[in-house]
Design a protein. Structure first.
Length: 268
């Protein structure tokens, strides 16, 4: 494993522009078996739309432009689904198969991003970063045991646009997996893990990955891969009991208590 510099990054990775950060943790090099890769969901976990359901404001026009119909999207509960899964479920009763959707994937991405940029504008009054998120991301970024990647239902360009608007991009230096890669969210941790193993040139076991999210699908995709799961009770759509019924390895109310978050991660 390559050594990290004083900012907690691999020495061969570019440093962000700006003032150097003060380390909060020891910069010793951990044994590879103690390394934990944090696979972060975005919506409902790191940030959320200020207005519930606003995702459909730009997804419905995209579907109508590309496929001529939004199908049953207006009535769907989409939290925890990948974007490809959402499109597939919305349009299946209109006769569109997964193959039809994949044939138009490039067009779908372009139309989606055009609609999303119109909707988000300069990013003000659209998304909010959830309490404690920035502090937690900074703490794990500074800690030699952790590295972070995105594993999200968003298509990749939408995920990075949200991170840019929220000012969180710098915390995710590892390759991840995204919602335009599979109709099944359970596939995403394995896709990300393969890329991360190649990137770090390390043979990481599934249990060295921790999926962090706010929905049953996040917990399920962790179990499917063999990763650990940290559920956060910040969802607008699922109750505490619904998350507990899925048996995550740990559950936090939110990220506002940094000490509790770090203690919980240390046990996973």
């Amino acid at each position: 494993m390559s050594a990290k510099d004083e900012g907690g990054r691999m020495k061969d990775e570019p440093k962000p522009i700006g003032a150097p950060r003060v380390m909060s943790y020891s910069s010793f090099i951990p044994h590879p078996s103690s390394l934990r890769i944090l696979l972060w969901d975005i919506d409902g976990t790191l940030m959320r739309s200020i207005r519930a359901g606003s995702f459909k404001d730009y997804t419905i026009p995209m579907l109508e432009e590309v496929f001529g119909t939004a199908g049953r999207l207006t009535e769907m509960k989409v939290s925890g689904m990948t974007d490809l899964q959402i499109v597939g479920e919305a349009l299946k009763h209109e006769g569109f198969t997964h193959e039809h959707i994949r044939e138009r994937l490039h067009e779908l991405r372009e139309s989606y991003m055009d609609a999303m940029r119109r909707f988000t504008g300069n990013g003000e009054d659209v998304f909010e970063v959830l309490p404690g998120v920035r502090e937690v991301l900074q703490a794990v970024n500074d800690h030699p045991r952790y590295q972070s990647a995105l594993v999200t239902g968003n298509i990749e360009p939408a995920a990075w646009l949200k991170m840019e608007i929220a000012g969180l991009s710098e915390f995710f230096t590892l390759p991840g997996a995204f919602g335009d890669e599979s109709h099944d969210r359970r596939d995403l941790p394995a896709l990300a893990a393969d890329r991360i193993r190649k990137h770090l040139q390390m043979d990481l076991a599934p249990e060295q990955f921790i999926v962090i999210g706010d929905t049953p699908n996040d917990i399920e995709c962790a179990k499917h891969f063999g990763a650990r799961s940290l559920a956060v009770d910040t969802s607008r759509f699922y109750t505490t009991n619904e998350l507990l019924d899925c048996k995550p390895d740990a559950l936090l109310p939110d990220f506002s208590n940094l000490e509790l978050v770090m203690e919980t991660l240390a046990k996973l």
